[in-house]
Design a protein around this ligand. Structure first.
Ligand code: UT7
Length: 340
C-alpha cells in the first residue's frame, strides 16, 4: 500500500535479485526443423544458440511468480513487507486486468500497490527508475520490480526474421530504502524516447488502433514486426549515448563501472557498445546465447546469472542499459548491495 504523506529523502538500494526461465529449451536446430533458417545464420547475426519457451499452461504471471518467489526466498523477505510491485511487460496475461495484482496475490503481498508498465525492452529500467523515485520521495520502502515476458506468444511463427530472436523468461529485483548514504544505491538514470520510430518495432493489431476482432486481421498483424536494420542502428547509437550521458551525470567514468548489463538483443550490438565505451568484454555479461531476446526480462535475467556465477560482487557498480520498441531507451547506474 502506498500512502503519500510528509517524507524525507532516502536512497534506493539494490539488495536482491531472482529469476526464472521456463524448462523447455528450443535450439537453433529445432528451428531449422520447422522453418527456412540455419544455426549459422542465427549465430552469426545474433549470437543466439537456444532460447526458453513457456509451457502451454504458463503465462507471463506464472514465470514472474517463480522469479519473485526466488527473490523473496534468497533475500529472506516477508511478502507482506513489500509496499510496491512494478511489473514491466509487453506480454501481460490479459489486456485487462493488469498482471501485477495476480503476482501480488499469488505470493501473499497483502500490503502492496501493484501495477504494470509498458516500455518494451526498456521496461525494466523504466520500472527501476519509477521505484527509485518512489523510494527517494519517501513514499515506498521495499519495492519489487519485475521484468517478465512470454514473447513466444507474441511472435508470428511464420516470420523467420523475428521468431528466432524473441523468447520467454522473468527476473525480479528488490529495492530497499536506506538513510541516504552517499555513493550507495541508485546513483543516476537516463530515460528517453523517440516515437518517430514507433513503426520500426510494433504489433499492428490487438490495440485500439486496429482491433484484434477487425475484419481481415490475421497472424501477421497480431505478431511482432521489426525493421531489424533500423532498430540495430538505433540500438548501437543509443546504448553508447545513454551510457555516456549517464556517466557524465553521475560524475563517473567507465573506469568506475564494474559490470555492463545491457539488454540482450544481439551480440553484435553489445560488442559494439563494449568497444565504443571502452568497457572490456570481461566486464560485460552476456547470456543471450542461451536465452535469446527476452525484452524486459533480459537485464534481470543476466543480473541474476552474474550473481549466481559470482561475477557480481557486493559493492560492484553496475551500468544497465535497455533499448527497444517505442523507440525507447533507459540506463541506470546502481551499486549492488546484497542483503546477506
Ligand atoms: O529487443 C529490441 C531491440 N532489438 C534489436 O536491437 C534488434 C536489432 N536488429 C538486429 O539485431 C538485426 O537487424 C537482426 C538480427 C534482426 C537481423 O540481422 P541483419 O543482419 O540486419 O539481417 P537482415 O534483416 O538485413 O536480413 C538479411 C538477410 C535477408 O535476406 P536477403 O534479403 O539479404 O536475401 C533475410 O531474408 O537474412 C534473411 N533472414 C534470415 N535468413 C535465415 C532473415 N531472418 C532469417 C533467418 N534465417 N531467421
Amino acid at each position: 500500500m502506498l500512502v503519500a504523506g510528509p517524507h524525507t529523502r532516502q536512497r534506493a538500494r539494490l539488495t536482491g535479485v531472482g529469476s526464472y526461465a521456463p524448462e523447455r529449451v528450443m535450439s537453433n536446430a529445432d528451428l531449422e526443423a520447422i522453418m527456412d533458417t540455419s544455426d549459422e545464420w542465427i549465430v552469426s547475426r545474433t549470437g543466439i544458440r537456444e532460447r526458453r519457451i513457456a509451457a502451454d499452461d504458463q503465462a507471463t504471471s506464472d514465470l514472474a511468480i517463480e522469479a519473485v518467489r526466488n527473490l523473496l526466498t534468497s533475500t529472506g523477505t516477508d511478502p507482506s513487507d513489500i509496499d510496491l510491485l512494478v511489473v514491466a511487460t509487453t506480454t501481460p496475461d490479459h489486456v485487462l486486468p493488469p498482471t501485477a495484482p495476480l503476482i501480488a496475490t499469488a505470493l501473499g503481498m497483502v500490503n502492496v500497490a501493484a501495477y504494470d508498465i509498458s516500455a518494451a525492452c526498456s521496461g525494466f529500467v523504466y520500472g527501476l527508475s519509477q521505484a527509485t523515485a518512489m523510494i527517494e520521495a519517501g513514499f515506498a520502502h521495499r519495492v519489487v520490480v519485475v521484468g517478465a515476458e512470454t514473447l513466444s506468444r507474441l511472435v508470428n511463427w511464420d516470420d523467420r526474421a523475428t521468431c528466432v530472436l524473441f523468447a520467454d523468461g522473468a527476473g525480479a529485483v528488490l529495492l530497499e530504502s536506506d538513510d541516504g548514504i552517499p555513493g550507495t544505491g541508485v546513483l543516476a538514470f537516463d530515460l528517453g524516447t523517440d516515437g518517430a520510430g514507433h513503426h520500426d518495432l510494433h504489433v499492428a493489431a490487438g490495440g485500439s488502433r486496429l482491433s484484434a476482432m477487425a475484419p481481415g486481421v490475421g497472424p501477421a498483424d497480431l505478431g511482432i514486426r521489426m525493421k531489424g536494420r533500423e532498430v540495430f542502428r538505433f540500438a548501437t547509437r543509443v546504448l553508447v549515448e545513454s551510457a555516456t550521458r549517464l556517466l557524465d551525470a553521475a560524475g563517473l567514468t567507465v573506469a568506475d563501472v564494474d559490470l555492463l548489463l545491457a539488454h540482450q538483443a544481439n551480440e553484435r550490438i553489445l560488442e559494439h557498445a563494449s568497444d565504443k565505451l571502452g568497457i572490456a568484454r570481461e566486464r560485460m555479461v552476456m547470456n543471450l546465447d542461451r536465452y535469446g531476446n527476452t525484452s524486459s526480462a533480459s537485464i534481470p535475467l543476466v543480473l541474476d546469472e552474474a550473481r549466481a556465477t559470482g561475477i557480481l560482487e557486493g559493492g560492484a557498480l553496475i551500468l544497465m542499459v535497455g533499448f527497444g520498441a517505442g523507440l525507447t531507451w533507459g540506463s541506470m547506474l546502481v551499486r549492488w548491495e546484497p542483503r546477506s
